[in-house]
Structure formats: C-alpha cells, structure tokens
Write a protein that binds this ligand. Structure first.
Ligand SMILES: NC(=O)C1=CN([C@@H]2O[C@H](COP(=O)(O)OP(=O)(O)OC[C@H]3O[C@@H](n4cnc5c(N)ncnc54)[C@H](OP(=O)(O)O)[C@@H]3O)[C@@H](O)[C@H]2O)C=CC1
Ligand SMILES: O=C(O)C1=NCCCC1
Length: 335
C-alpha cells in the first residue's frame, strides 16, 4: 500500500486531470470529490475514479471545460445544464439558488441535465445539510442491473441518498446503490483478483456468480432487497430520467458506445426546509428526531455514515492508503 497525505492525494488527482486536458475548475472540483471519497473510506468512489475520468475524456464522452448554465425553471425548480461536463461544477452552480428556493417555498428541486456522473452522492447531500436543509438525491447510471425475476440489465446502480441536519453533530446521511453493491466495489474486487460475495450478480443465464469478470462483462448485477430494490431502482430511472427530460440508464449505456466511460445522464436533488414546515416549533420537532437516533444507537446499532465520519477523522491525521497497483496506474497518466 502507498500512504499519501490528503494534500498529496489531492495534488496527484488534480495534476493528472490537468495534465490530461481538464480545465482548472473541473480538475479542482473533481479532485475534491475523489479525495473526499478516499478520505471517508469509500475507495469505490475515491482516487480510483480518476482512471475513469481520464478514460471518459480520451473517449470523447466528457467535456474538459463545460460551463454549466443555471436556469430558473419554476418557483420551486432549478435546472442546471451541465453541458456534457462532470456533475461537480453543475451542482455547485445550482446549489445557491436551490437553497434560496427551498427557504422561500419549503421544498425545491434541482434538476441537473446532461452531466457525466461518477461520484458518491453524500458529497452533495452534506452541502445541503450543512445549511440546515433536509435533502434527497438520486440518479441513474448505466443499465447493468437486472430487475427481480429477470436477468437482462435494465437499471443502473441508481443510488439514493438522504440527509438530515443535526445541531452540533454530523448529519444523519445514508447513501447507497439500489443494486446489492455499487459497481465500483465489484470493479475493485476485479482489480484485486478477488471473488465477489454471492448475491451481487448473475451470469448471462441468470445463475448466481461470484466471478467479478462474469458479472461485469457478460452477466448482470442484482438489486438489493429483491423486488423492493427493483422498484426503487425503477423509481430512480423515472424521476431522474424522463421526469427531468434526461436519459435512462439504458439510453446512457447506448450513448457510451462501449467506451466504458462514466455515465452521462441527469440527477435529481430535492431539498426541504424544516423551518418552513414547522415555524416556531422547529427546534421542538428536530429534538424529537434526536430521540429516534438515540433509540438506534442506544441498543448498539450504528447510524449510517458513522463509519465514514470515523474514517474521515482518521484520514485527517494519518492520510490515506491506496494499493500500489492503483498508484502506478495513476502515475502512468502523468506520462
Ligand atoms: N454516481 C453513481 O451513479 C453511483 C454512486 N454510488 C455510490 O456508491 C456508494 C456506495 O454505495 P453502496 O455500495 O450501495 O453502499 P453500501 O452498501 O456500502 O452502504 C452504504 C450506506 O449504508 C450505510 N451502512 C453500511 N453498513 C451499515 C450498518 N451496519 N449500519 C448502518 N448503516 C450502514 C453506509 O454508512 P457508512 O458509509 O458509514 O458505512 C452508507 O450510508 C454510495 O456513496 C453511492 O452514492 C453507487 C452507485 C452509483
Ligand atoms: O459504483 C457505481 O455503481 C457507479 N459509480 C459511479 C458511476 C457509475 C456507477
């Protein structure tokens, strides 16, 4: 393993992106995202993703210098046209107006269109909880996941993330794929030459497989929770696809033309302002939420994101460690 300080890791990511042609704004925004992933112990959406970013640019599937356009679509809807660039700058461009509309109306949505997306959603969710808003985000990806009862991929790994702000504490955040596991995790198993657990995928005939190559290249991934994950995956396709005038995972995969680039599609983010719902009773009701959290933690269970926050605290002191093979692959992109 190679140990890097967070600054070294960020400089490495940024320099690779700049060297390969991304402009400074995109390079900085993308580097910040992958370093956040690596820092929080989310290797599947950490430095490893830089390989895919460069591949996407070389394949002509992402813009190196797109300038997102913010559109004030409706009283409660902000639209940002990412113009074929990575999602980070588009999110940043729309965040202020989304927060403003949420405070004015109690609820508002940000629809990001035509973005190339590869990141963990908590990176965005935490920016909304940081300003006191409840938030929900989701997006399609590429059609890699079979519906329950079938074996032909139609869904993306379609993550859903939710955040709830907590006074003086880290927010309550969960963020997971509607597939049994993120595809990035299976890709990391493949890189490490490891078998995957049963339940993550099937071969082309629909038989369970623990071979990452089979599941990634010819079989299909599975949804989490059977028909429940399948329905949620379909919901994500609908509300972050056709509803916002953007691609489904199947359409995004077709657009990819076999280049194995990061998916190109839309993203939907919904924000709610507790103060608008509750007025003078806000603090009273938010403290009732704390009782719920105590009920979970009080019996020894943990809240989602607690592992991540602990990893963050550790990485701030110790830096991060990445496999030597990944480090070498990243360095090769500077040649
Ligand atoms: N951009 C895209 O298109 C896609 C992005 N992704 C990203 O991949 C990431 C990983 O997804 P996935 O593989 O499904 O994640 P996991 O199955 O690892 O679970 C993620 C969530 O569950 C929480 N969790 C895990 N174990 C427990 C536990 N024992 N008790 C309480 N909470 C727990 C995690 O918190 P903790 O982190 O603290 O463990 C986290 O919030 C996500 O960040 C997602 O956004 C996934 C698919 C597509
Ligand atoms: O891990 C995943 O699943 C994905 N991550 C980034 C974009 C494609 C899907």
């Amino acid at each position: 393993m190679i140990r890097l300080t967070l600054i070294e890791a960020r400089e490495l990511a940024e320099s690779i992106l700049l060297h390969n042609g991304f402009n400074l704004a995109h390079a900085q925004a993308v580097a910040a995202t992958v370093i956040a992933g690596e820092r929080d112990g989310c290797a599947s959406h950490g430095l490893y993703r830089i390989l895919g970013c460069v591949n996407s640019l070389r394949a002509g599937k992402v813009s190196a210098d797109a300038e997102p356009q913010v559109i004030d679509q409706a009283p409660s809807i902000v639209r940002v046209d990412a113009a074929g660039g990575f999602s980070q700058l588009a999110f940043q461009a729309g965040l202020g107006l989304l927060a403003e509309k949420t405070r004015a109306n109690g609820i508002a949505a940000l629809a990001i269109n035509r973005c190339v997306h590869f990141s963990a959603l908590w990176v965005e969710i935490e920016q909304l909880t940081a300003v006191g808003l409840v938030a929900l985000a989701c997006n399609p990806s590429h059609a890699w996941v079979a519906p329950t009862g079938g074996r032909v991929p139609v869904f993306g790994t379609n993550p859903i993330a939710f955040g709830w702000p907590r006074a003086g504490q880290d927010p309550f955040v969960f963020d997971f794929a509607t597939s049994a596991i993120a595809r990035g995790d299976i890709e990391l198993h493949r890189r490490a030459g490891k078998a995957i657990p049963e339940g993550w995928g099937v071969d082309a005939e629909g038989r369970p497989s623990t071979d990452a190559n089979v599941v990634l290249d010819s079989g299909a991934m599975l949804t989490f929770g059977g028909h429940k994950g399948s329905a949620l995956a379909a919901m994500v396709e609908l509300i972050a696809g056709p509803l916002i005038g953007d691609l489904t995972s199947a359409e995004s995969l077709a657009y990819d033309e076999g280049s194995k680039s990061s998916p190109y599609h839309g993203e939907l983010i919904i924000a709610l302002d507790p103060r608008r719902f509750l007025g003078a009773a806000t603090e009273e009701h938010l403290s009732r939420a704390e009782v719920l959290f105590q009920g979970i933690e009080g019996q020894g269970a943990r809240l989602p994101s607690q592992r991540r926050y602990a990893a963050r605290a550790r990485s701030m002191v110790e830096g991060v460690q990445i496999p030597e093979a990944l480090y070498n692959d990243l360095k090769a992109l500077l040649a």
